[in-house]
Write a protein that binds this ligand. Sequence first.
Ligand code: ATP
Ligand code: MG
Ligand code: MG
Ligand code: MG
Length: 569
Amino acid sequence: MRLSQFHLRTEKETPADAEIASHRLMLRAGMVRKLAAGLYTWSPLGLRVLRKVESIVREEMDRAGAIEMAMPSVQPRELWEESGRWRRFGPQLLKIRDRRDQDYCFTPTAEEAVTDFFRQEIASYKQLPVNFYQITSKFRDEIRPRFGVMRAREFIMKDAYSFHVSDEDLQREYRNMYDAYSRIFTRLGLRFRAVFADTGAIGGSASHEFHVLADSGEDALAFAQESGYAANVELAEAICNQTRPAATQALEKVETPTQKTCEDVAALLGIPLQRTVKSIALMGVDAGGGAQFVLAMVRGDHALNEIKVSKLPGLADHRLATEAEIREYLGAEPGFLGPYNARGKIRVLADRSVCAMADFVVGANENGFHLTGVNWGRDLPEPDETADIRNVVAGDPSPDGNGSLGIARGIEVGHVFALGRKYSEAMHCTVLDADGSAVHPAMGCYGIGVSRIVAAAIEQNHDEAGIAWPAPMAPWQAVVCVINPKGNAEVAAAADALYRELGEAGIEVALDDRGLRPGPMFADIELIGIPHRIVVSERGLAAGTFEYRARTATGPENLDRASLLARLR
Ligand code: ATP
Ligand code: MG
Ligand code: MG
Ligand code: MG
């Protein structure tokens, strides 16, 4: 690519309304331009980077056995009524009406559309498993679009949907996607971490998020240094924060150790007891009075109407509680623990992330134990009880409660999700199994924020001069800069020859033949983050060398042709 024939438009000034580095640098480098709130045009330069990400995602999805397809962006209301999401998705769903007064939405994800495709196409278990994916524009009417393409309203997402006859096969594919995602983010050259994610409003299913680690990230992640266990701690914060004042007041009235019924606790908290308790989280406050840790979550199908509060030895040590200990602690009968704990071990979740799922939290600190109602009396969506998937998705390191807990900030760039039969049941989607009976396939869904990755990568890779792309995402690997091409034909010819030679050697190279003075030219090249810069000048030609500088090096060096080629390979 000859830059004189490309569209490159950079800016020196820092845009006033851009709060984080990636947003500022994407605007200054001219990668994107704002059309309206949360809507961005990708310039030719920005698109080159976006395509790099897209092609790595595509290659790894293909390699993992997923099959690419494309579904419409605009989807009819009827389909979304079938799943119940027309209403449930809330105000993020952009609804539109056509000239015939028919309602549509602009797709934020495509579970409905893919399930509809599936029920038209696939009849037998013999055609399973299958994993369909697409890389297309999605729209979400975010309440606060910000940080440029990081949280846009229209953005590019890779979304994949898998179908299985058995939970075991879903588990296999979930793991397969988890591994594919790990390869994708490794290939992109990003520092990332997969974390256990609470399924919150969707409930009942297992999920992992992939986060690019960056201080500007919107999510807080907790991870155990030694075991590698990690979880997103943000999810329950809002709910906990809202219920905490009432709970704190009520807790003052709870004596420990004590015995309370659900009715007692509801009365203490001043909230109506609307439904039976299905879940409990045990929460410890560390002895130093610092961060809180949820120690375990118990989720039972049985109504629980009595909670015995007594001291669980070692609770404050953040160790893994066994099923028997929890049962003893709760004074519950064997069999109390529901299907989520069939493995006999209870997950240790960091911080309050499980509270959102629990009806009830038992907390402990140096002063004794607390009872806190969490979900009661609040207008939360009913958890989805159809997907009993937590059992079948293995693979997290199981935390042993030893060692230190770290907190990092992350940007969510991917999300794998075991959906279970939520959509296939709601949308009457079946296949014939080996016995000839109609069964609902289990589903998984797997998203990657392709356009968000571009911004996330910049958050991790920049300095005062601009972007410093990880090589796989750079718009070009190398640029040949010509000093004064118009004034010196020999220099221009040498640069042109080098540019062609590098291209023929398979190096993705640009020729900066725009005729800028060295200062502004180098500033541009550093701003847009090209990993390798080669300068062809009169002085270098006379000495038989090229001036080479890696984007992240402290200074340039002079190399002869052979050493230069070796450096670029
Ligand atoms: P977030 O928590 O950031 O709002 P999400 O959990 O709502 O994201 P998912 O439904 O999991 O998003 O969608 C899959 C991926 O799409 C996310 O992991 C993220 O990388 C990307 N994504 C979601 N919303 C946006 C957005 N508004 N702008 C850019 N990318 C997004
Ligand atoms: Mg969101
Ligand atoms: Mg999220
Ligand atoms: Mg998500």
